[in-house]
Design a protein around this ligand. Structure first.
Ligand code: 3HC
Length: 303
């Protein structure tokens, strides 16, 4: 199927009930792809407003997926949309939401203390079969898992934005992740239409370890005045075949996200120069110019 979209679980997985915690960009996308393959999905967040926003983002995105998959069969497309939306539940109660879960995927803020609090809370209420996963993009999976009593059933599942479109799923094993947990995660990832790769629990795993310093180098080029942002972006699109140039991508990911990642890494690994946030990045964050989501970053997105 095109671009990693999956319509039905032609590849069966032992995982049927999925709870996604955090309804932001990533969490909504993860909930959506799970629902698209027929999982019973519960999406949890802390306010009704947040859940409403996730719901409306998912509705828009499922329509886009459907339009692409069922170009020539709008009736099937409508069925796909209603089946997918019918698989989604929204909840404000964390303990209730994990009671029957086969898999819990956490996609909340990149803060180790907040993640610890969440995982210790659900560890005591989730059944022993439940696999816990984090979609962290920069923290250590082993660190996050340390507060639970199920380190063998803990794994990293790192998706990419936009989740319904990007084909890759990075699977991160810690030294304690069991083979059974790993195999179930791989099977589920494939059923969800993703190509999986396996990576050790290292900063940024594969993609962000290469992509974040790449964006950082682009900022340094801009600061030196080697070329304009537009020309750097054009160069990488047409000269290296990237779908977005480094600044378009940084605006798309959000400068706050990149800044948080780099801040954490530079504190933990002060000797790695590529992990130091650049002045321009810090200023964009200080000025609230976070990229596409705020209407301005390196470029303006105001209509
Ligand atoms: N939901 C569903 N479908 C979507 C979508 C979404 N959110 N966004 C885009 N699409 C679909 C569109 O409907 C469109 O379908 P069509 O071909 O039938 O028209 C197709 O995808 C292409 O979209 P667009 O025409 O709007 O634009 P592009 O062709 O430029 O594609 C893109 C957009 C897929 C985002 C592409 O530019 C791209 O691949 N960019 C790079 C993204 C990337 O690198 N992501 C990783 C970021 S790092 C990360 O996530 C890690 C984290 O930890 C920080």
């Amino acid at each position: 199927l095109c671009r990693g979209f999956a319509t039905s679980s032609h590849l069966r997985s032992a995982i049927n009930n999925v709870t996604v915690i955090g309804g932001g960009l990533m969490g909504s996308g993860i909930a959506q792809v799970s629902a698209q393959i027929g999982n019973n999905v519960t999406l949890v967040d802390v306010t009704d407003e947040a859940l409403q926003k996730s719901k409306s983002n998912i509705q828009t995105s499922v329509q886009r997926v459907s339009k692409k998959l069922y170009k020539d069969n709008p009736a099937e497309g409508e069925k796909f949309v209603s089946n997918t939306l019918g698989k989604l539940n929204f909840s404000l109660s964390l303990p209730d939401s994990v009671k029957d879960a086969d898999l819990v995927v956490e996609a909340i803020v990149e803060n180790i203390n907040v993640k610890h609090k969440l995982f210790s809370e659900i560890d005591s209420v989730a059944p022993s079969k439940t696999i816990f996963a984090s979609n962290t993009s920069s923290l250590s999976i082993q660190d996050i898992a340390s507060v639970t009593s199920r380190k063998d059933r803990f794994i990293g599942l790192h998706f990419f934005n936009p989740v319904p479109v990007m084909k890759l799923l990075e699977i991160i094993r810690t030294a304690e992740t069991s083979d059974e947990t790993y195999n179930k995660a791989v099977e589920w990832g494939k059923a969800a239409g993703k190509v999986t790769i396996t990576c050790k629990d290292t900063p940024g795993f594969v993609v962000n370890r290469l992509l974040v310093p790449f964006m950082g180098e682009a900022f340094k080029m801009l600061e030196r005045g080697d070329a304009t942002a537009r020309d750097i972006d054009t160069a990488m699109k047409l000269g290296a075949g990237h779908p977005m140039g480094p600044f378009e991508l940084a605006d798309y990911v959000g400068h706050d996200t990149t800044y948080f990642i780099l801040k954490g890494w530079s504190e933990k690994y002060p000797d790695v120069p590529q992990f130091q946030p650049t002045k321009t990045l810090k200023k964009l964050v200080d000025d609230g110019k976070l990229g596409v989501k705020t209407g301005e970053g390196i470029y303006s997105y105001k209509k």
